[in-house]
Design a protein around this ligand. Structure first.
Ligand SMILES: N[C@@H](CCC(=O)N[C@@H](CS)C(=O)NCC(=O)O)C(=O)O
Length: 214
């Protein structure tokens, strides 16, 4: 298996967590997203993924982008360590939590959106930061209310699910942009519980080969 990613990419981080939780090994192929380097836009990488984004995942004949599709592929192909609960209603609840982050927070705050605000709409760095904070605070406010009904040690009950796989990278990213998280005690508690586990540590941005070395 091969994963084209970037240490700081939330969407690639999700896939790394799932692979680690399932105990799967893979070849990590870093694609440098730093503005100005922008390897994701190169002809070579677009030949792999025409969308010019990470993650991109290969497993033999399977070659796909989009973290939700990759995560579902992993779940269906390697079900031994499940990322979803067993009941249909419970699975829907977990997918709801994951989608709140994956569909309603992350796309608004992703690199190309922030760069477009800055360069095409003349937004100052302060305005861009305000935009980023707004969507995190709004989304995490709703998520915190939902977690009050679903969380145990993790987002849903007492074992990690797809919801935690979406949550941890988004929290990591929010901290990077200095969003205050004290209003979200459940989110912080679940994030801490996840990060105490070896697979989450292994998948963390600072532990990737393309992360700057201290
Ligand atoms: N919906 C996609 C989002 C992928 C995405 O936007 N990835 C970001 C990094 S987190 C990216 O490659 N950005 C590069 C760019 O915007 O130019 C997924 O979940 O895989």
């Amino acid at each position: 298996m091969k994963l084209y990613g970037y240490f700081r990419s939330s969407a690639a981080y999700r896939v790394r967590i799932a692979l680690a939780l399932k105990g799967l090994t893979f070849e990590n192929i870093p694609i440098n997203l730093v503005p100005g380097v922008s390897q994701q836009k190169s002809e070579d990488y677009r030949a792999v993924n025409p969308q010019g984004r990470v993650p991109f995942f290969e497993d033999g004949a399977v070659a796909i982008s989009q973290s939700p599709a990759i995560l579902e592929y992993l779940e269906e192909t390697f079900p031994e360590v499940p990322l979803l609960p067993t009941g249909t209603a419970d699975r829907a609840v977990v997918r709801q939590l994951a989608s709140l982050i994956g569909c309603d927070i992350h796309p608004l705050n992703n690199l190309s959106v922030l760069q477009t605000l800055k360069h095409d709409f003349d937004a100052s760095q302060g305005a861009v930061d305000g935009w980023y904070h707004k969507w995190i605070l709004e989304g995490f406010g709703a998520l915190e209310a939902l977690l009050a009904n679903t969380a145990g040690e993790f987002c849903f009950g007492d074992s990690p699910t797809l919801a935690d796989i979406y949550l941890v990278p988004q929290v990591w990213n929010a901290r990077r942009f200095e969003v205050p998280l004290s209003a979200f005690p459940l989110i912080e508690k679940v994030d801490a519980a996840c990060n105490a586990l070896e697979p989450f540590k292994k998948a963390a941005p600072e532990n990737q080969p393309d992360a700057p070395q201290e």
